[in-house]
Design a binder for this molecule. Structure first.
Ligand SMILES: C[S@@+](CC[C@H](N)C(=O)[O-])C[C@H]1O[C@@H](n2cnc3c(N)ncnc32)[C@H](O)[C@@H]1O
Length: 249
């Protein structure tokens, strides 16, 4: 049954009603949609070409725009899970000639990894390395799985553990691999908004990727938070995928 606007009045911090049919109303509705969607596991219902993809669809839209516009030659992702995001990157990169996609995952899902490796079109572009993404010993293994030409335009997606200290370690380890003008995408920034929803953890208010990004930006002047491609500005993806752009060497 459709919900009528008058059934769901939103109030701002001062207790004043927010008109539903407005950018502000959409923003409030989107925040709520994301919180409820997250609590019922909506991101777990997604897939790319049959490979499980744990994302909100709007974040997938943003990623496909980024990948096809920035055209990285090497995409490094921490946190592979069922491989759907790697499949998506490899698939989209075929539009501009292909990219090497390297994932780092602590707990491999053998069945899905075998299916990914055996895929006739995507498989040859994809490498998965088993290990803790914060282990510096990963870097030489990563290099060994790539060719010099792969390193022309490098982007990084951090989507493993979303704990503050883990993300900060990853930013310090993988940030320097990003080429000038390219980006690091830090996923699940919205965790801080999920601290008090069902299945959330109160510690997420402070133990979250946002905090790691803020600290990394303070210590790394070559990087800035880039929100240029986020339009319209009132969608709920705003806090979820944090794009950090590398400005100079
Ligand atoms: C959110 S899922 C990744 C989702 C995937 N990128 C996607 O879009 O479908 C997080 C993954 O990170 C992995 N992970 C957690 N801690 C890790 C660590 N320290 N090193 C590597 N992988 C880790 C988990 O096993 C899990 O598969």
């Amino acid at each position: 049954m459709p919900v009528k606007p008058e059934d769901m009045p939103f109030l701002d911090h001062n207790g004043h009603p927010i008109p539903l049919y407005s950018p502000e109303g959409f923003d409030a509705l989107s925040q709520l949609w994301m919180q409820v969607g997250w609590s019922v596991g909506y991101p777990f219902a997604q897939s790319w070409m049959g490979f499980p993809l744990i994302q909100f669809p709007q974040d997938v839209m943003r990623m496909q725009n980024l990948i096809t516009q920035e055209q990285p030659t090497l995409i490094i992702e921490t946190g592979v899970s069922g491989g759907g995001s790697m499949a998506m990157y490899a698939h989209l990169a075929l539009v501009y000639g292909g990219a090497r996609v390297v994932g780092i995952e602590k707990t491999l899902r053998p069945q899905q990894m075998q299916a990914l490796a055996a895929h006739p079109i995507l498989g040859p572009h994809i490498t998965v390395i088993q290990g803790d993404s914060t282990d510096p010993a990963i870097l030489p293994i990563l290099r060994a799985h790539t060719q010099p030409q792969d390193w022309q335009r490098v982007c990084v997606v951090l989507d493993s553990s979303h704990r503050y200290d883990h993300v900060l370690k990853e930013l310090r380890l993988y940030g320097p691999l990003v080429t000038v003008g390219s980006f690091v995408m830090v996923m699940d920034g919205a965790l801080k908004d999920m601290a008090h929803v069902p299945n959330g953890k109160p510690r997420w208010e402070t133990d979250n990727p946002h905090r790691a990004v803020q600290e990394f930006l303070q210590e790394s002047p070559a990087f800035v938070l880039d929100t240029q491609d986020m339009h319209p500005p009132y969608t709920f993806i705003q806090n979820n995928t944090l794009k950090i752009k590398r400005l100079d060497g």
